[in-house]
Design a protein around this ligand. Structure first.
Ligand code: NAD
Length: 285
């Protein structure tokens, strides 16, 4: 059966490396990176996500510069907060927790985040840099997947990679990051004909479709590496987009849910915040 890729352990290692990087930055005369999480309203799931981000930010030695706005805040007031954080030199990274309340225009708010403080990698500027293969801040979930693949020793050069999903948040940047590493990349989506047949080509299969159990054993080539990005809260815990038990009989290695891609996302957010701070302090590499 497939080897399990331990995202919890890799994420812990990434966070330790970030904490070390923060100490090195301080020792070199720099200032501690500051992460401004922005939460608008009080959606309980968003509150949990933001609380975790803040906790791990502090644990890595960074400043927690959290801001909370009431759910009925106007577009202009929300925009003014982003502008204030954009201008504040103590703020290395700005993370607007999505989704924002329906009456607000999230794209217009994201567009006010300067590219160098866009630690979620979601602005058009950073998406464009990624598309052009130029340096920039990358979206956290797909860059976390890349770290998992590297830690698992998966070779990407010339490999057949199939990404299921084409969202701006996950699928599209995932495909671009794999392409950057010279994989032969195929992107599947909701209108793809015969998904299982296309997936069976993959040496590396990344599934981010948001449909529980979408990918079964019939969609997996023997020995393939399967990365499950999906997160679904069921009655008996969290599940992914992959039928893990069945696929584990066929795949060479697989990420579990929970404990796979999930913990990597926050770890990469912290890594991006450190990187942003270093660039802003003239210590980037
Ligand atoms: P999304 O809904 O924005 O995009 C889903 C994509 O899947 C779309 O591009 C769609 O075309 C494709 N799709 C839908 N049905 C399909 C089908 N039957 N066959 C093939 N493709 C299909 O979702 P998203 O934001 O990309 O997130 C995907 C999943 O990943 C969700 O379960 C989400 O909760 C999870 N997620 C996890 C993390 C993490 O940290 N682990 C981060 C972000 C998202």
């Amino acid at each position: 059966t497939a080897q399990v890729i331990d995202g919890t352990a890799v994420a812990r290692q990434v966070r330790e490396d970030v904490a070390k990087g923060v100490q090195e930055l301080l020792a070199a005369g720099g200032t501690a990176p500051g992460l401004a999480t922005v939460l608008i309203g009080d959606d309980p799931a968003s509150e949990v996500y933001v609380r975790n981000k803040r906790k791990l930010c502090v644990a890595a030695g960074m400043q927690d510069l959290h801001r909370h706005l009431p759910g009925d805040v106007g577009q202009e007031e929300a925009a003014a907060l982003i502008d204030e954080l954009a201008a504040d030199p103590a703020v290395s990274g700005i993370l607007l927790q999505l989704p924002v309340p329906k009456h607000l225009d999230s794209e217009a708010l994201l567009a006010r985040i300067p590219a160098e403080k866009d630690v979620d990698g979601l602005t058009a500027a950073n998406a464009g840099l990624l598309a052009q293969g130029r340096p920039g801040l990358r979206p956290c979930t797909p860059s976390g997947v890349m770290v998992l693949l590297d830690e698992a020793g998966v070779s990407l050069q010339g490999a057949e990679a199939v990404v299921v999903g084409r969202s701006v948040l996950v699928g599209k940047p995932m495909a671009q990051l794999l392409l950057e590493r010279n994989a032969t990349v195929t992107i599947c989506h909701s209108r793809t004909r015969d998904l299982a047949e296309v997936c069976r080509r993959a040496d590396v299969l990344v599934v981010a479709a948001g449909i529980p159990g979408l990918v079964g054993a019939d969609a997996v080539k023997p020995g393939a590496t399967v990365i499950d990005v999906g997160i679904h809260r069921g009655e008996n815990g969290l599940h992914g987009d992959v039928d893990t038990a069945a696929v584990a009989e066929v795949a060479g290695s697989i990420t579990p849910v929970p404990g796979g891609v999930g913990p990597m996302t926050i770890a990469m957010l912290l890594a991006n915040t450190l990187e942003a701070a270093k660039v802003q302090q003239g210590r980037g590499d």
